[in-house]
Design a protein around this ligand. Structure first.
Ligand code: FE2
Ligand code: FE2
Length: 264
């Protein structure tokens, strides 16, 4: 199997996230020389959901695959977006299989190793959904095991994310958490049945460095102080683009690290 270099980017939040990504992408590409770039787009449109225009923005600046999360469903055009934009996934286990769009897909690009990307949601402190562990097992049984599988596990609880990582270890080539918007420092290779899986609990976010998980900080502080606040808007620049790098070969993953690039 051809060695494959993969960059994954944490939830891109609002206009500050878009500006940050546009500014940092050249540096990220230069450093990691990725064959594939996967970005979580669930917060890219005003912090809530993803419009067709912003999905196309991601594809135009070099993202190959867009994963999402619970906030995908914040916009009533989500079905149109997932049907019309190529290479976008929804969390597979948030809806029955027969709903439009999917959370598992194989991707091909000329001269590159094919990859499979899976998008699932956790259940702890999250909206109700089908069991992600059983959904993974069921979907994995149908996949081509010779093609690297990368999983965006969109979940709140660190315990559930670590449990899921070990559940998928040896089967997925990489499992990474999204949704909390706070990067964890535990990127490592875990091994099960002699096969290696890159794992990190949460890759973080792409958006305002000095906001609160992407949102303007004064708005959030007002909400905590008085129980009421203005509508959430994205915090300002400077921005940070957070994510992780995975180097994948026939044994699974051979190298991983998390990263953070700043945009001023
Ligand atoms: Fe998010
Ligand atoms: Fe989320």
């Amino acid at each position: 199997m051809q060695e494959t270099r993969i960059v994954v980017l944490g939830d891109v939040f609002g206009d500050t996230g878009r500006k940050t990504l546009a500014k940092t992408m050249p540096e990220i590409v230069e450093k990691y020389q990725p064959d594939w770039i996967i970005a979580n787009g669930e917060n890219i449109s005003g912090g809530n959901g993803i419009s067709k225009k912003h999905a196309n923005f991601l594809l135009q600046i070099g993202v190959d695959v867009i994963t999402t999360g619970n906030h995908l469903f914040a916009r009533n055009d989500w079905q149109e977006v997932t049907a019309s934009v190529k290479n976008i996934l929804r969390p597979h286990n948030m809806l029955p299989d027969n709903f439009p769009s999917k959370g598992i897909k194989r991707f091909s690009k000329e001269g590159k190793q094919d990859i499979q990307v899976m998008n699932l949601c956790g259940r702890v402190f999250m909206e109700p959904c089908f069991c992600p562990f059983q959904t993974f097992d069921r979907l994995f049984a149908e996949l081509d095991s010779s093609v690297p599988l990368i999983v965006d596990f969109h979940a709140e609880a660190t315990s559930e994310k670590q449990a899921f990582g070990w559940h998928a270890a040896g089967r997925a080539s990489a499992v990474y958490g999204t949704h909390t918007h706070v990067q964890t420092s535990d990127a490592r290779i875990i091994t099960s049945n002699g096969r290696n899986t890159a794992f990190i609990t949460d890759i973080g976010m792409t958006g305002s460095r000095d906001g609160i998980i992407g949102v303007d900080r004064d708005t959030i502080i007002d909400r905590f102080l008085g129980g009421y606040s203005d509508r959430f808007t994205a915090g300002d620049l400077p921005g940070k683009a957070e994510g992780a790098f995975f180097l994948i070969d026939g044994s699974g993953a051979v190298q991983t690290e998390s990263f953070r690039f700043f945009a001023f």
